[in-house]
Design a protein around this ligand. Sequence first.
Ligand code: NCD
Length: 314
Amino acid sequence: MATEKKVTAIKNTPKHLLGIQNLSVLEAKEILTEAKSFIKLNRGSSKKLDVLRGKTQINLFFEPSTRTQSSFDLAGKRLGADVMTINMNNSSLKKGETLIDTAMTLNAMHPDIIVIRHQDSGAPNLLSQKVNCTVINAGDGRREHPTQALLDALTIINRKGNIEGLKIAICGDILHSRVARSNIYLMNMLGAEVNVIAPKTLMPNGIDNLGVKSFTDMKKGLDGCDIVMMLRLQNERMQGSFLPSKREYYEFFGLTPEKLKFAKKDALLMHPGPMNRGVEIDTKLADDINVSLVKEQVELGVAVRMACLKLYCK
Ligand code: NCD
């Protein structure tokens, strides 16, 4: 008798993970459930599975990355895939090759998954139309960073049990942040209330249409929040001057123990990294294990990426 294959929500949808905006609640929950099963494995002494044995994963990083690149690398290896990471600073891009030509070259080597980070919003979508394999977005311009939002969700669920009913503040450079956008979509989808807090110059026009409340004052924006997500100033995406000075930014928008008191008593702090201590966050607060989830975010990032690779690679 033929064995029936498990039908998953993701099975019937396109095989690319390009953003949270294209995900259904069912798909997001499926990824989170799958990721939970990898947390224990990653904490154990034997971490190797053969779920992706025989599969080839190429990591294409056109922008610097520490956490995302290394966790996609580890995730693929722990699932048994052959993983190749290409540092695009040493690639033929330097010789003038276009993204599409690079994609066609790699496609000819029959990869099963391409993980891409790119400075241009929409680059992973374009790539997905040109190759035969699964494409996973590891951050594109200021558009989306789906696996970051998923790992943030898993970290919150791990600590608070649920996302539904929580009040979450996202603070800092909302205008240029793909992490902010993906988190707004995902946290809303999972039933949280989302506040965004930024100086006027770093608040996108029409942000309220995404179902959030916007604030330019930390005291008001943090009021009653369970989670405070801090963001780095994306200087590499800024042309011209958005702020009078870093010192003044810290004064009004840097998270300090005093400002954290505006949130709930048991509020927890998150940051996708890399952190700029003394700019968007007080250095002691960043390391305070009673409130900071930063290390947990990194840890659970591997589990989330394992789940995405497993569910999307067919
Ligand atoms: C974020 C990114 O690259 O968008 N970092 C990350 O993936 N951990 C945030 C940032 O660079 O500020």
